[in-house]
Design a protein around this ligand. Structure first.
Ligand code: HEM
Length: 454
């Protein structure tokens, strides 16, 4: 890989500064490097193989269409096992990964998904009923509560809200550990993961995690007993997993069930809550966008049908633009090459990491003129290929919950915009910040209800 522009390896303090920079200023760092090295460059490390960073659509197409037996992904995500566990779908590779994806996929698509529509709207109404006029509120907590209740519903079943209240509160508290750029350093510097007692950040995390584990294990036992007595009749994902057999005809172990459930609960709500936060920000930062949305919604009449909302073109374009301008994941999972492949005329050797930058791809001038401007119309004027626009990644690791996330964003937005008139508390341009492994609106982002319509 001689001729690829190269960010040279660093050591000691400079290396630490580089990593801190990556955690605290991920988007600025990507922009600076794109300017200096282009859309296909490598970052060298002293004691590890290089990482190729790319935002070139051709390279991205080649990576996403390469046979999955030429790279691993799960092993590169092993830094997340402290949160998700070793059996998490996100940490798996090969046949087991393929098998588990095949098992879970149908629950997140088609008919199963449409059945969630009523619940999404009713959960949204329930949470928003508590909003009072003229009292500014932080946008994150209600959005997070909506998305967490929705994913509980999909994964744990229809009557989950009250039954799992304790679990819901614990999961929210656990994720608050990484709710700002500085606390996110805990994830990227394992040496900071020290239990100094229950008041230290890591000590608190460890205790919350252990209580969550116990709650999930006792639920697993309860459902196993129901299965054994022939009384397990629910159609949620938890029941599906309890009844499933692995590739050897064996039931999934308690440990695997725990890890898969935790993965779906976490991956299935944090991301969507951040996306909803941006959606409300942009639609109120740019009043003309909100006006157009309201006109489109009004064209459906009173009490619009959920399928009709899901098919609205301007709402769809606003959501696409929201996920373009600040994608929740700044890059797709790393692909670690296991057999030599050819990419952009170079032979890429095994053990090389390839990172496709979603943020840099979405900010290419040639694809998105004025990339820093929020312009939903671009998605009405042009159809982008999956290698030009990829908020949910791609290939064999493409986000499992993309259809659920999009449906949720549409129904939550339509429900809230029809019932309330909202305003931003601060009219200033808001910048994204790191939140754990994702990029999100700042936790301090506030809005205020100025009028209730219903
Ligand atoms: C706006 C919301 C969301 C965004 C932006 C998002 C984004 C992503 C991205 C970028 C990836 C990595 C894909 C790759 O490397 O190619 C991913 C993976 C994943 N997402 Fe999402 N996601 C969202 C919502 C959800 C929801 C609602 C679920 C529901 C369970 C979910 C579950 C997953 C899972 C399980 C994976 C791992 C897939 C695998 O390794 O095979 N995500 N997501």
């Amino acid at each position: 890989m001689q001729n690829i522009p190269t960010v040279q390896s660093t050591a000691g303090l400079r290396r630490t500064i580089r990593r801190i920079n990556f955690v605290l200023r991920p988007l600025q760092l990507m922009e600076e490097r794109n300017k200096k090295y282009g859309d296909f460059y490598q970052v060298k490390f002293k004691d590890a193989p290089p990482t190729i960073m790319t935002s070139n659509p051709q390279a991205i197409e080649d990576i996403f269409t390469t046979s999955p037996d030429k790279f691993d992904v799960g092993i590169g995500n092993k830094g997340l096992n402290f949160l998700l566990g070793n059996h998490s779908l996100i940490l798996l590779d090969g046949k087991t990964h393929k098998n588990r994806r095949r098992l879970l996929m149908p629950s997140f698509h088609g008919e199963s998904l449409q059945e969630s529509s009523n619940e999404i709207v009713s959960i949204t109404n329930k949470i928003c009923n508590t909003w009072q006029t003229d009292k500014p509120f932080k946008v994150r907590p209600p959005m997070q509560e909506i998305t967490l209740r929705v994913i509980f519903n999909v994964v744990l079943g229809i009557d989950s809200a009250e039954k799992y209240e304790r679990l819901r509160v614990l999961l929210t508290q656990l994720l608050e550990t990484f709710n700002n750029p500085f606390s996110s350093l805990l994830i990227f510097f394992p040496s900071l993961q020290k239990d100094w007692g229950k008041f230290s950040p890591w000590g608190r995390f460890v205790r919350l995690k252990s209580e969550i584990r116990q709650l999930i294990y006792s639920e697993i036992q309860e459902r196993r007993d129901l299965l054994a007595s022939g009384k397990l009749d629910s159609r949620d994902i938890f029941s599906l997993l309890i009844s499933a057999k692995d590739e050897n005809g064996e039931s999934l172990t308690n440990e695997e069930l725990h890890d898969q459930l935790i993965t779906l609960l976490f991956a299935g709500h944090e991301t969507t809550a951040s996306a909803l936060g941006w959606l409300f920000y942009w639609t109120h930062y740019l009043p003309e966008v909100k006006e157009k949305l309201l006109l489109e919604l009004a064209s459906l009449g009173e009490n619009p049908d959920h399928i009709a909302i899901n098919n609205l073109p301007y709402l769809d374009a606003v959501i696409s633009e929201t996920l373009r301008i600040y994608p929740i994941a700044s890059a797709a999972f790393g692909r670690i090459i296991t057999k030599p492949i050819s990419l952009m005329g170079h032979t890429i050797e095994p053990r090389t990491w390839i990172l496709a930058s979603i943020y840099s791809l979405h900010h290419r001038e040639d694809l998105y003129p004025d990339p820093k401007q929020f312009k939903p119309e671009r998605f009405l004027e042009r159809i982008y290929s999956p290698y030009e626009y990829m908020p949910f990644g791609g290939g064999n690791r493409r986000c499992l919950g993309s259809a659920l996330a999009l449906l949720e964003m549409k129904l939550v937005t339509a429900t809230i915009l029809q019932r309330f008139e909202l305003e931003l508390v601060s009219k200033r341009l808001m910048s994204p910040v790191r939140r754990g492994i994702t990029i999100a609106p700042p936790a301090s982002f506030k809005m205020v209800v100025t009028k209730r319509n219903k």
